[in-house]
Design a binder for this molecule. Structure first.
Ligand code: ZN
Length: 302
């Protein structure tokens, strides 16, 4: 039996302009949702206590609508809002008895895991060095366990061996950043306030949803998927044309979601890569290496 080998990817499609996220384990498939999936998301009921009223939920909803509008008429997947959830645990439960409990959640962490206990996680806790189970400090102690300079992070889980997405969760680093929901004017550092645009929630959220769909970062500063965002930025609220093209290509109407496999497995490409971290708190993310080290092989943060 000769198994078909699909070879398509970054190098094979240099004009694509977007970068797809790859599964971390060989065979390295591009991660993607199955065709015709309606992806339900649930905001944690606590939202962001700092933003006025329900504006954080409105900003989250608007971000998903932006992607739904971009994908309408060309893609077979879409997002749908589910009921708010009490759940604050990220990741994916694999056991048959628990698989129905999985939710795609959006949660604002209120404290840093590195804070002294009882707020943070005790240094002696095994969650700090656990690499291969779901015992991560962030979920265990309900705290931000990524680098302080990261604004937000998306954790996706895919099916081992196929790259088919099963779950995503988005966390916001509220202890370190002021997330705002106004449209203008930009805040002038160091005078951050909720009445000007500091770290625009919708700007950040729209970027993170791109990761949830299987997009990796773009080197283009004009892209929704560019890895960093300055204070006052709102342009990532809009899905750029290249990122939209990704959804139309990968989730094309009438077709199966497009897979690809990196072949042969290239350990160099598999190596962790940075995402322009020299600018400190302007980042949406930090080097993925730091995250992967503590994540299951079939999950990734971006
Ligand atoms: Zn990112």
């Amino acid at each position: 039996v000769v198994l078909p080998v699909v070879i398509a990817l970054l190098a094979a499609d240099p004009d694509a302009g977007y970068t797809r996220s790859l599964a971390r384990s060989a065979p390295r498939h591009c991660v993607r949702w199955s065709e015709n999936t309606v992806i339900e998301w649930r905001a944690n009921v606590d939202g962001n206590p700092e933003t006025p009223g329900d504006t954080e939920f409105d900003a989250i909803r608007a971000s998903f609508k932006t992607w739904n509008d971009a994908m309408a008429g060309c893609a077979t997947v879409s997002f749908k809002e589910g009921p708010r959830t009490m759940n604050r645990k990220i990741g994916y439960l694999r056991s048959a008895s628990e698989v129905d409990k999985n939710e795609n959640i959006i949660v604002f962490r209120q404290k840093l895991c590195t804070d002294p206990p009882p707020a943070g996680a005790p240094l002696s806790d095994s969650c700090w060095n656990d690499e291969d189970d779901d015992d991560d400090c962030g979920s265990k102690y309900d705290c931000w366990d990524q680098q302080r300079a990261m604004v937000a992070v998306t954790l996706t889980t895919w099916e081992p061996g196929t790259g088919v997405l099963q779950d995503f969760d988005i966390e916001f680093n509220q202890p370190s950043f002021i997330f705002t929901t106004v449209d203008s004017p930009a805040c002038v550092p160091p005078n951050y306030a909720l009445t000007c645009v500091a770290w625009d929630l919708q700007n950040t959220m729209t970027h993170e949803i791109g990761h949830a769909l299987g997009l990796d970062h773009s080197p283009s500063t004009d892209s929704t998927m560019f890895a960093s965002a300055p204070v006052g930025e709102t342009k990532k609220r809009i899905v750029d044309s290249v990122s939209r093209e990704f959804t139309c290509d990968v989730y094309a109407t009438g077709q199966k979601s497009s897979d690809c496999v990196l072949s042969p497995y290239d350990s160099k490409i598999g190596a962790p890569k940075g995402c322009g971290c020299s600018t400190g708190p302007l980042l949406l993310c930090v080097p993925l290496a730091l995250l992967w080290r503590r994540r299951r092989v079939n999950q990734r943060a971006g």
